[in-house]
Design a protein around this ligand. Structure first.
Ligand SMILES: C[S@@+](CC[C@H](N)C(=O)[O-])C[C@H]1O[C@@H](n2cnc3c(N)ncnc32)[C@H](O)[C@@H]1O
Length: 338
């Protein structure tokens, strides 16, 4: 399955490049750390920990922290940089823990866990004690819209098939609904633009694609990769290139949710093909009936006996699966389409 291939591709990320040139991923995590407010006696999971840049910050506040990531390369890098901390390789969609944690933290990683976002949330729920916190920041709807539009347009100009994007960028309402359905109370949900300087990506949008969507490049004939990325830069430049350098059009969701007491029965992900609620459009506004004055001496209405065998109402087949209800493929909001 293609989405799974992203998982394996993540393992091939240029860990060193990621950690230095694009260190802004974690540099922007400080407010999130304050929101988590880890306490010395707490046990915390850093989900999608990468090289452990935020894991070490959580540990510095005295909490006992486990960094969890799907990429062996990332975990190896984290272990060698922070040998005194605990790290494990695990997929956020399926991980289990033998004991309950006080908090699950995640910075800039949930939008990569696109295969089944509700499964990730239910795994987090199961890992938390009742009252435990889920505090995270991720890409939100509209994230990198200019960058993505430039990619899509360049691919079209070169006659390539529409690129399949690996991310899941939900609206606040959508993600809050998923959290509530899984048994969380949403305490805070922020949705904001965060223009982000591509400080050490001199080739701007092209460098961004090379780092964050290398599988898209891997699928094009090698001889056109260079001109294709040049075109991405040309298309993105009017919106994103400033005199001072390139700015990525990031949009973030930052939230804090609390696991409700009990509710273990809610940890199972929803059935993959539960029938959706049919979309019933509201009835059009009916005009008021004309005023008819009563007849002064109207005769009583005739008695009409009920029909002895009224036919049953016609069968209405259920509507097809609604993409609002189940996301099995990476979700790209329609406003991101070029
Ligand atoms: C952009 S990095 C963020 C790393 C780190 N949280 C930070 O702030 O620097 C996203 C991380 O999510 C991890 N990841 C992506 N999908 C995952 C999955 N399904 N399960 C666990 N980790 C995953 C990647 O391997 C990568 O290390």
């Amino acid at each position: 399955m293609r989405v799974l291939s992203y998982m394996f591709r993540l393992m091939q990320w240029a860990v060193a490049t990621y950690d230095t040139a694009f260190g802004y991923v974690s540099a922007h995590g400080a407010p999130l750390l304050d929101l988590l407010d880890p306490q010395p006696d707490e046990r915390v999971i850093d989900l999608g920990c990468g090289t452990g840049v935020m894991t070490i910050e959580i540990a510095a506040r005295g909490a006992e922290v486990l960094g969890l990531d799907g990429s062996l390369e990332m975990v190896n890098a984290a272990r060698s940089e922070h040998p005194h901390l605990s790290f494990a390789v695990g997929d956020a969609h399926t991980f289990t823990t033998s004991e309950r944690y006080d908090a699950v933290f995640s910075n800039s990683a949930l939008h990569w866990m696109a295969r089944d976002p509700s499964a990730v949330i239910s795994r987090v729920h199961a890992a938390l004690r009742p009252g435990g916190r889920f505090v995270a920041e991720m890409g939100g709807a509209g994230n990198c819209a200019e960058l993505i539009a430039a990619v899509q347009t360049a691919w079209r100009v070169f006659g390539l098939p529409e690129p399949e994007l690996p991310w899941y960028f939900p609206t606040p309402a959508e993600y809050a609904t998923r959290l509530e359905e899984a048994g969380f109370v949403v305490r805070l949900m922020e949705y904001f633009d965060r223009p982000t300087r591509l400080a050490d990506g001199p080739d701007g949008a092209a460098d961004w694609v090379r780092l964050f969507a290398p599988e898209l490049i891997a699928e094009v004939p090698p001889e056109i990769a260079g001109p294709l990325l040049d075109r991405v830069n040309e298309l993105a430049a009017p919106a994103l290139r400033r005199e001072s350098g390139w700015m990525a059009d990031y949009v973030r969701l930052r939230f804090a949710a609390v696991r409700k007491p009990g509710g273990d029965e809610l940890v199972q992900p929803p059935a993959p093909h539960a029938p959706p609620t049919p979309n019933v459009p509201p009835a059009p506004h009916a005009p008021p009936p004309p005023h008819v004055p009563p007849a002064p001496h109207a005769p009583p209405p005739p008695h009409v006996p009920p029909a002895p065998h009224a036919p049953p109402p016609p069968h209405v087949p259920p509507a097809p699966d609604s993409p609002q209800v189940h996301h099995h493929a990476p979700h790209v909001p329609s406003d991101l389409q070029a």
